[in-house]
Design a protein around this ligand. Structure first.
Ligand SMILES: NC(=O)C1=CN([C@@H]2O[C@H](COP(=O)(O)OP(=O)(O)OC[C@H]3O[C@@H](n4cnc5c(N)ncnc54)[C@H](O)[C@@H]3O)[C@@H](O)[C@H]2O)C=CC1
Ligand SMILES: O=C(O)C(=O)Cc1ccc(O)cc1
Length: 363
């Protein structure tokens, strides 16, 4: 039996647990410092066993996944370094930053265990075990950050286990990881929060702001709803990188300010052209850095029962919807439904079915 211990069974830890649980030879043990959480993990059937005892969870474990906010990772490593761990035990984490945790593991004597940093590039603005899903990692990139001292055999063992997540494992240097993820994930979260708070303040004096907030604002600010504790830790932990990125960001905004002041209509157009070109050249979302979403948009006339009709038609064909959202709905104006699916196959079947039913589908 291979024992997998998961510390912090929230969105990320719970999703890993669901990928591993029920597979022959695997025994998944969850850990939380809170007894109420331990009960919850068991009740929801996410783990085989759960405990508040760090020692009980860690001893005899073949793999230990640290799935707590990044500000607590070093503390967990220190506590683990004081235990007698199983020889060859692989300790890994899912934290959104990698430099500090890998440096901490290097400083500590974790032997006979081996530390390999990890960061699944999948997730959402949701948090907690309630949001966990066995599909979360499917087709996403899963970064691991071994260094020259990490035994190849351990890297291969971790890779093999992670196959159960259906993610694509990639090896990246820890510092390079923090530079890149700072730009493509941490900066966007910070900008989303600053923008949302800017509009929140205007809205205090005039609630029309929130009433009119539509597509663009909602698209760019979804991640502003992310967990405050998780994100506070990430930004502080990646402080140096963030400060550098903010400087570049300010320069970009200043350029817009200059172009507007000078009435530089060409320059503004050029900024949209180059950004559009780059944005359109990004890998398709299902192969990209953030998690795979299989979705399409359907134009629908705004009349009663339309959502019911579409879901019934898909249900009749045994096509599973994972989410449905009305993007716009005003009287006499066609609305748009965003339909999400768990697999490419479900999406493909839905597109064919909706086409046959004369709906206009786009991506
Ligand atoms: N949310 C996301 O989309 C992604 C998050 N991550 C990383 O995954 C890790 C976990 O994040 P989520 O699962 O989203 O958060 P979560 O809030 O859903 O789960 C965190 C878990 O850690 C426990 N926890 C919270 N504070 C703690 C503390 N101070 N000490 C010990 N346990 C504590 C919670 O009880 C919970 O079980 C973080 O390090 C985050 O950077 C990585 C990729 C994506
Ligand atoms: O919700 C989203 O789009 C995300 O960006 C999820 C996410 C959050 C944190 C990470 O370290 C990686 C991915």
């Amino acid at each position: 039996m291979i024992k997998i211990a998961i510390f912090g069974v929230g969105l990320m830890g719970g999703s890993l647990a669901l990928c591993f649980k029920g597979k022959s030879d695997l025994h998944v043990v969850g850990h939380s410092t809170r007894l109420s959480s331990v009960h919850k993990y068991i009740e929801r059937g996410v783990v085989d066993a759960a405990t508040t005892s760090l020692r009980e969870a860690a001893e005899d474990a073949d793999f230990i996944f640290l799935c707590v906010p990044v500000g607590s990772l070093n503390d967990y490593l220190e506590q683990l370094s004081e235990l007698e761990l199983k020889p060859g035990c692989i300790i890994t984490d899912v934290g959104s930053t990698k430099s500090s945790v890998t440096a901490c593991a290097r400083r500590l004597d974790l032997s006979p265990a081996v530390f390999i940093g990890g960061h699944p590039m999948a997730g959402s603005e949701r948090s907690g075990v309630e949001a966990a899903s066995s599909y979360l990692y499917e087709n996403a990139f899963y970064v691991i950050t071994p260094d020259h001292a990490t035994p190849n055999e351990a890297v291969e063992r971790l890779r093999q286990l992670l196959e159960l997540t259906k993610a694509n494992v990639v090896v990246v240097d820890a510092d390079e990881h923090d530079d890149i993820v700072g730009a493509i994930s941490h900066l966007p979260h910070m900008i989303a929060v600053a923008l949302t708070n800017q509009v929140r303040k205007y809205n205090e004096d005039n609630s029309l702001y929130s009433q009119l907030a539509a597509g663009g604002f909602r698209d760019i600010t979804r991640i502003a709803s992310s967990d405050p504790n998780v994100w506070r830790d990430i930004l502080v932990n990646n402080r140096e990188v963030m400060l550098r990125l903010i400087k570049d960001w300010n320069e970009g905004i200043q350029q817009f300010s200059d172009m507007l002041t000078a009435g530089d209509i060409e320059g503004i157009g050029e900024a949209f052209r180059t950004s559009g070109e780059f944005r359109n050249s990004l890998p398709e979302r299902r192969k990209g850095m953030i998690h795979s979403i299989y979705e399409c948009y359907v134009d629908v006339p705004d009349h009663p029962g339309i959502i019911g009709r579409i879901t019934t038609e898909l249900g009749n064909r045994r096509i599973n919807l994972s989410n449905i959202q009305i993007i716009e709905s005003r009287e006499d104006v066609p609305g748009i439904l965003r339909l999400s699916f768990r697999t490419q196959d479900d999406l493909d079947q839905a597109v064919v079915a909706l086409g046959e039913l004369q709906y206009s589908v786009h991506f």
